[in-house]
Write a protein that binds this ligand. Sequence first.
Ligand SMILES: [Zn+2]
Length: 85
Amino acid sequence: MNNKEFKKRVNHFFKVEGIDSLSILDDEPEPFFSKNYCHCCKNQLAGDRYSCNGYNSKTKEIQENYEVCQDCIQYIYNNILPVKN
Ligand SMILES: [Zn+2]
């Protein structure tokens, strides 16, 4: 997946879920191994996932149970894209 496609998927995820932010759960800061796809970029490769929640400013509610890969975390937290040019 290239960066353009990656960004598109992440933006799509935020839009579909209606969330403004995504955060790693404070009580589960360590990643776990999963064979499930990343909820955010839909990456299907098995690998580390972080348990995350998101804030929906419209409903003013926290939405939970997202499993998010390292690439998405790097992008959302540090604005670092997965493919290095
Ligand atoms: Zn991802």
